[in-house]
Write a protein of this length. Structure first.
Length: 368
């Protein structure tokens, strides 16, 4: 008898990190696999699905304009309740810390369905930062039956929360699998569509408002200090981000504002950048593997491994701190070389294969 497995994706990072798992599961004849999209980042997902050749079986279409977290949570719980009751999966798999993932895990708990968490164990130990992601990941750990941890520190975090040691596994991060797939698939070695020195991405909820204003002001300061500096900022579609960025940076001759890049465009752009400023979790993981220094535009990170390795630096969102850290890297070749030496603490590109082995063992009743 075949096992029914449902994989959940909702946002762009979830598609990137779940794609290697979905591709691995689809190669197993003993599995009936269904991939559900919650639609949390609907417009950004279709090109990614095409790139990774995975496809979605259905879109739950839970998003509406300016809905609150409470409204989104209610709609997700209702949608998952209906779908899981109809599909009766043996296992549901999701990645990360979004509201989509938390609601999928909670619905599984209500219905007695096993839940597997990809990228388990990330922690800042501050429920309010990042919000609501830190709460989501802590809650999912309490609800999951399988925990796929990307690093030893993440595994230790899960075990310290009294999770059964036989349920927690060190797999590496699937983002490195996705990165290797993308680099291998890219057919051209030519220049990316933009000529730039700094790649900037900033969109997280906790950076809306004054922090994003400070980030934009820091960019303007750097442009004044380095007249030949070119900055590329692919702007997230969230209206709270776009309004601030357009007001402060639009029309500046050294700053290019673009629509969000496709994943292969982003990887090619990262390869050609000198320096990356970001509040993105995924880019914190990808950039070290590409030997690019990262300045993290957050006050705390749940990915400290790259910081400890010396290839990333948490600079926060204060204007002067961002300018000072970027200035040092742009002027000091020895400091830059130390941070650009490369090496990833997040995996070897075989996380999905390890996850597949564990899922097979779990569903067939053997100890992984």
């Amino acid at each position: 008898m075949k096992n029914n497995i449902v994989c959940i994706v909702g946002t762009r990072p979830e598609v990137i990190k779940m794609a290697p798992v979905i591709r691995a599961l689809r190669g197993v004849p003993a599995f009936n696999l269904e991939v559900l999209c919650s639609g949390q980042h609907r417009d950004l997902l279709a090109p990614l699905a095409a790139w990774f050749e995975i496809g979605f079986d259905d879109d739950l279409k839970v998003m509406s304009d300016n809905q609150s977290l409470g409204e989104l949570t209610a709609r997700l719980l209702q949608a998952f309740e209906r779908r899981f009751a109809a599909a009766r999966p043996d296992l549901v798999i999701a990645q990360g810390d979004t509201t989509t993932v938390m609601c999928a895990a909670l619905t599984c708990f209500y219905q007695g369905i096993a839940f597997a968490h990809v990228e388990a164990g990330l922690r800042t130990f501050n429920l309010g930062n990042p919000f609501p992601e830190e709460y989501n990941r802590v809650a999912v750990t309490r609800l999951a039956q399988l925990h796929f941890c990307p690093t030893r520190r993440a595994l230790d975090n899960v075990l310290n929360e009294r999770v059964d040691a036989t349920a927690a596994h060190l797999t590496g991060n699937t983002v490195i699998d996705a990165l290797h797939f993308t680099i291998g698939k890219l057919q051209t070695t030519g220049a990316p569509p933009f000529d730039h020195d700094i790649l900037l991405t900033a969109h997280r909820r906790e950076n809306h408002g004054a922090p994003l204003v400070a980030i934009c002001q820091a960019v303007l300061d750097l442009c004044r200090e380095f007249p030949h500096l070119k900055v590329l900022y692919p702007v997230h579609p969230n209206p709270n981000v776009r309004a601030t960025v357009q007001r402060l940076l639009a029309g500046h001759p050294q700053v290019t504002l673009s629509e969000p890049l496709s994943y292969p465009e982003l990887i090619a752009t990262m390869q050609h950048a000198r320096l990356i400023l970001t509040d993105s979790g995924g880019i914190q993981e990808e950039a070290p593997a590409l030997a690019k220094p990262v300045l993290v535009l957050r006050t705390v990170t749940e990915r400290p491994e790259a910081v400890e390795l010396g290839v990333a630096m948490v600079v926060g969102t204060e204007r002067a701190a961002i300018v000072g850290a970027a200035r040092d890297l742009l002027r000091d070749d020895r400091l830059y070389a130390r941070m650009a030496r490369g090496g990833s603490p997040y995996g070897d590109g075989h996380a999905a294969a390890r996850i597949l082995d564990i899922v097979r063992s779990y569903l067939h009743g053997a100890a992984p």
